[in-house]
Write a protein that binds this ligand. Structure first.
Ligand SMILES: NC(=O)C1=CN([C@@H]2O[C@H](COP(=O)(O)OP(=O)(O)OC[C@H]3O[C@@H](n4cnc5c(N)ncnc54)[C@H](OP(=O)(O)O)[C@@H]3O)[C@@H](O)[C@H]2O)C=CC1
Ligand SMILES: O=C1O[C@H](COP(=O)(O)O)[C@@H](O)[C@H](O)[C@H]1O
Length: 515
């Protein structure tokens, strides 16, 4: 089959998938849906939630009668919300009429997060929408954690659907440590059933994270290799090339371990390490993920490196400033902006295999990936020339799956050379639109699909693994290793990875294929 017809086939399959989805959603067309955005005045709402609702709306993926209600303390209007969010909506010239139509379904209600009467007022406003009293209701908490409890209690008291279902979507942070997370979970569980709670970890909405299950369980060739007999180590990386940029005050409360490692990287780790689930149902898959976490002992400080970026005097703009130069960061803060941690999964499959999680801000590039480094080939006959195979699943940017392998260098001699099997999505799936993580996840909430959301027991286990380390770092005020803005992080991180058997040869060179 030619490359072009392959692309067409993929598009056809995707279109078929989308039309099944539309059928499912539109089967509820006669019941109105009301999507309430709490914190409609905020950053998340303008940058992610409203743009996502617009993309879903314009693609015809939402049930026919869906109304959007923004709620916040600020004295705003629909026009003000629209003005703030339009720049993030990637509006095309030929979409202007549809865009006007979208905003006609929008409403704005001003109110506090604490007063019951304000929520009664919100409920009255919802009821005045066409068949509003019968509507299914989705409540998105795009809010700081300080008001989670008040808002969720008030929703329960005043705003639940009478005939239709109600679902609540919660953004991280889900607590600060085991105790605070349990407290929040208990609070929510008194108000809502687990099937009404959607805890967002937006990494679970990314194409390549969702792909992990298919790669692992839809291919015979990987399963015999996916274990301690063949895998030397697994490296899961998140890198961002910018610092906290004036948001240091907010970031300082959490640090990179809470911000990225305890949630996004742990979610990826459990999908890489889990056993094959009994089915693709949300509960079967989440059961397997929880089992992985249960087999992981708490993190040991000896297996962790924390870092904090310093300014690069030769850098441009923001790169000149270190974390501590941010005026919103408390003086002398020891909050890590970088961390590498080695963890173990004590199962028959993985015992002894280091899982190296690495994440940081103000680094040399933007990248998120999973790297499976395989063991050396036993019984070498090539005079030590062969490098370890690596299977890399690049989550972003430029999604790809590639396998670094040895081949005979083309020519008359038999010399091994490093090369790759390369599946670059940009080339293989040219022209196919990759939905944004939030698009997939919000659509899942409409459909009632909980697979890509965090269950309360997953959360509890993840905090169990991280809480002792976090408390120790904070109690002992452990000083992070400095690293320069724009570097790969502190040297200590590479030393740690090497100590656990990861080998970087520095010899691999990738030649981008000419398309
Ligand atoms: N389809 C595609 O798009 C493909 C793209 N490529 C590209 O080719 C380039 C090279 O490939 P890659 O797989 O990264 O292989 P490399 O061998 O260059 O790097 C492998 C790993 O070694 C780490 N590393 C880099 N420098 C050092 C160092 N000095 N000490 C210790 N560890 C180090 C990197 O970690 P860290 O992340 O911490 O820097 C990375 O995880 C990449 O940019 C990759 O994206 C390759 C194949 C296919
Ligand atoms: O959750 C978070 O993720 C973002 C990175 O998300 P991405 O989709 O752009 O990779 C990160 O910048 C932020 O600090 C963190 O809270």
């Amino acid at each position: 089959m030619t490359a072009i017809s392959n692309v067409q086939k993929t598009k056809d399959q995707l279109l078929k998938g989308v039309s099944i989805l539309k059928e499912t959603l539109h089967s509820e067309d006669d019941v109105p849906h009301v999507f309430v955005v709490f914190g409609a005045s905020g950053d998340l709402a303008k940058k992610k939630i409203y743009p996502t609702l617009w993309w879903l709306y314009k693609d015809g993926l939402l049930p026919k009668q869906t109304y959007f209600v923004g709620y916040a303390r600020s004295d705003l209007s629909v026009q003000a919300v629209r003005d703030k969010s339009t720049q993030y909506m990637k509006l095309q010239d030929d979409e202007k009429d549809k865009f006007e139509e979208f905003w006609k379904y929008n409403y704005y209600v001003k109110g506090s997060y604490t007063e019951r009467t304000d929520f009664e007022h919100l409920n009255q406003e919802i009821n005045t929408l066409p068949k509003g009293d019968l509507a299914h209701r989705l409540f998105y908490l795009a809010l700081p954690p300080t008001v989670f409890k008040d808002v969720s209690s008030n929703i329960r008291l005043c705003c639940m659907g009478h005939e239709g279902w109600s679902r609540i979507i919660v953004e991280k942070p889900f607590g600060h440590d085991s105790e605070s997370s349990d407290d929040l979970s208990q609070h929510l569980s008194k108000l809502f059933r687990e099937d009404q709670i959607y805890r967002i970890d937006h990494y679970l909405g990314k194409e390549m994270v969702q792909n992990l299950m298919v790669l692992r369980f839809g291919n015979k060739m990987f399963s015999p290799l996916w274990n301690r007999d063949h895998v030397q180590c697994v490296v899961i990386t998140f890198k961002e090339p910018f610092g906290t940029m004036g948001r240091g005050g907010y970031f300082d409360e959490s640090g990179i371990i809470r911000d990225v490692m305890q949630n996004h990287l742990m979610q990826i780790l459990s999908l890489v390490a889990m056993e094959k689930p009994a089915s693709t149902s949300a509960e079967d898959i989440r059961d397997e993920k929880v089992k992985v976490l249960k087999c992981m002992p708490p993190l040991d400080l000896d297996n962790v490196v924390v870092g904090q970026y310093t300014g690069d005097p030769e850098g441009q703009g923001d790169a000149k400033n270190g974390y501590l130069d941010d005026p919103t960061v408390p003086k002398g803060s020891v909050t890590p902006t970088f961390a590498t941690a080695v963890v173990f999964v004590k199962t028959e499959r993985w015992d002894g295999v280091p899982f190296i999680m690495k994440c940081g801000k103000a680094l040399n590039e933007r990248k998120a990936e999973v790297r499976i480094q395989f063991k050396d080939v036993p019984g070498d006959i090539f005079g030590g020339q062969c490098k370890r195979n690596e299977l890399v699943i690049r989550v972003q940017p430029q999604e790809a799956v590639y396998c670094k392998m040895m081949v005979k260098a083309p020519g008359m001699n038999i010399n091994p050379e490093e090369s790759e099997l390369d599946l670059s999505y940009g080339a293989r799936y040219k022209g196919v639109k990759m939905p944004d993580a939030y698009e997939r996840l919000i659509l899942d909430v409409f459909c009632g699909a909980q697979l890509h959301f965090v269950r309360s027991d997953e959360l509890r286990e993840a905090w169990r693994i991280f809480t002792p380390l976090l408390h120790k770092l904070e109690k002992e005020k452990i000083k992070p290793a400095p690293y320069k803005y724009g570097s790969r992080g502190p040297q200590e991180s590479d030393d740690l990875a090497r100590r656990f058997g990861f080998i970087f040869s520095g010899t691999y060179k990738w030649t981008k294929p000419q398309l």
